[in-house]
Design a protein around this ligand. Structure first.
Ligand code: BG6
Length: 513
């Protein structure tokens, strides 16, 4: 294989062209799970890679009375457990001196004054010109309060005036269309849309970004990428884990809000969008919005036909018995929260007319596996495809998002030998064997993009609301249905039979992963 590395600035994405600017990262919820597992390890890896600005500090701001020292220990424990690279003892003292903590009660103005004062000490110490990134890793109900207090305490500069102020908002943005609109309105009372970075960490995954490159940097796929040649698309995001310690949040969310409204619809957008003419943030986001606007609404009785929800019951994980969802810690024993969703949707535009997209996601499935599989139409029933009992397998392009990140294409070949034997084979590309390097975590790329001011991989307000608009119909129908149609699947299995029936009704089947 001849490798000719080429970097086209249009395709490179602004994040890799501009560099991160000096700033302080203030993490609301800095003593929480996300900070420990993802954010602090991500910042640490960026520091190890030498891509953080030299003038940089982190302030944890959370309901906790950590001292700076305790926060540093907390960060270190998180990094030891979750970082893709171990702690480098030689480098650690230099790193930890840039970590600080300010105890917070999010509705108490005096805490914001304390934060302001602390920033006024830290910024000159680290030569930071007053640029601030506020990362809100907090429940959606607190977003409005925090934003308002930040504003009242004079912690935010208007866009384009003085040092920058940017805000990162974690999902879920609301729990339905109305609450999402309210949250967005509150944020935009204070911030300009250009300052707002709504994060969906799936967009930071290497394989999701590379899907755009595969589609638009190769001439062989795009001509086939439409209803003339594609039979259907399957998007699967399977998780092995159960609800774990997150019942408080998950009980209010469920799989549709937790995974489909954001991550999976984003995967769909990247798969189905029209070619953007540049990687400019708004160009890409306009094109993705185009997909959401074309989603055929699933309403009323059609929800029963096209959407399956289910909850895991007792079963097995790694050969050990595990409890059903209702017996998990913190879960209501009569909970009707779904832990699994399968659905069929259509993108009603010229490119995708009539092509079904099948989606499935769930917790406590047999393995962790996420992929986008594009199945092409079968060849005509002539020549090699004349035996009705042994039809040729169609071509399938699979983009493996995780694990085993890579891409495979199933094609039909002749098996060597004197007889004509037709055989399907897979051409397989794996990131790790081809590129060797460790892939950065999604949060690394995304944090860096915010520091560089590149919003390409972040959700714009209109897209968040468009996806809630589509999801809202399903939520409304489920509300009407109450607890009817909530089948159980044993933990460690591929979901309920109803999900199989959904796709089998179209003479298709779920892929075996
Ligand atoms: C989060 C969801 O956004 O994504 C979790 O809230 C889910 O429920 C997680 O487990 C999956 O992310 P990843 O990167 O492990 O696939």
């Amino acid at each position: 294989m001849i490798e000719s590395p080429s970097v086209n600035p249009l395709l490179a994405g602004a994040g890799s062209v501009q560099s991160a600017q000096p700033c302080t990262l203030v993490i609301f919820g800095g003593s929480g799970d996300l900070a420990r597992r993802k954010l602090l390890p991500a910042v640490y890896n960026l520091a190890l890679d030498g891509v953080l600005p030299t003038n940089f500090a982190v302030v944890g701001f959370a309901k906790n009375d950590f001292t700076d020292e305790e926060f540093r220990n907390f960060a270190r424990e998180g990094i030891e457990q979750f970082s893709r690279r171990p702690v480098d003892e030689a480098h650690w003292p230099e790193y930890e001196r840039a970590l600080f903590f300010v105890p917070a009660s999010f509705d108490d103005p005096s805490c914001y004054e304390a934060l302001k004062q602390r920033l006024a000490e830290i910024e000159p110490q680290f030569g930071i010109p007053g640029n601030r990134v506020f990362y809100l890793s907090i429940p959606p109900s607190l977003i409005g309060t925090c934003v308002e207090h930040l504003h009242k305490a004079g912690l935010i500069n208007p866009e384009g005036k003085g040092p920058f102020s940017r805000i990162i908002v974690e999902k879920p943005i609301g729990r339905d269309l109305n609450s999402a609109r309210q949250i967005n309105a509150k944020i935009l009372d204070v911030f300009d849309e250009k300052q707002v970075f709504r994060i969906d960490h799936y967009l930071g995954k290497e394989t999701v970004q590379s899907l755009l490159v595969v589609r638009f940097a190769n001439s062989i796929f795009e001509p086939l990428w439409n209803q003339k040649y594609i039979d259907h698309v399957q998007i699967t995001v399977a998780e092995e884990e159960g609800v774990g310690t997150r019942a408080g949040y998950y009980e209010e969310a469920g799989a549709l809000r937790d995974m489909v409204q954001n991550h999976i619809l984003q995967l769909l957008c990247v798969t189905a969008m029209e070619p953007p003419w540049s990687m400019g943030a708004d160009v890409v986001r306009d094109h993705k919005l185009g997909v959401l606007n074309c989603l055929r609404p699933i309403t009323g009785r059609d929800v029963e036909k096209h959407v399956v929800r289910a909850q895991y019951g007792p079963g097995f994980h790694d050969g050990e018995g595990v409890p059903g969802y209702r017996r998990e810690m913190g879960v209501n024993p009569n909970s009707t929260t779904e832990t699994y969703v399968a659905l069929k949707l259509f993108v009603d535009n010229w490119r995708w007319a009539g092509v079904p997209f099948y989606i499935r996601t769930g917790k406590r499935l047999p393995k962790r596996a996420s992929e986008i599989a594009v199945q092409f139409k079968a060849v005509p029933e002539i020549l090699f495809n004349t035996n009705p009992n042994a039809q040729l397998e169609p071509n399938v392009l699979v983009l493996r998002i995780q694990p085993d990140e890579g891409l495979s294409l199933k094609i039909t070949t002749k098996r060597p030998g004197t007889k004509l034997r037709i055989w399907p084979v897979r051409m397989d590309f794996r990131y790790d064997t081809t590129y060797g390097d460790q892939t950065p975590e999604a949060y690394e790329r995304l944090l860096l993009d915010v520091m560089a001011g590149d919003a390409t991989l972040f959700m714009r307000r209109d897209a968040v609301e468009a996806s809630w608009t589509w999801i809202q119909n399903i939520l409304d129908a489920w509300e009407q249905m109450g607890s009817r149609w909530l089948p159980e699947y044993p933990a460690g299995t591929w979901g309920p039979v109803e999900a199989d029936r959904l796709i089998e009704a179209d003479q298709r089947e779920w892929r075996t992963l």
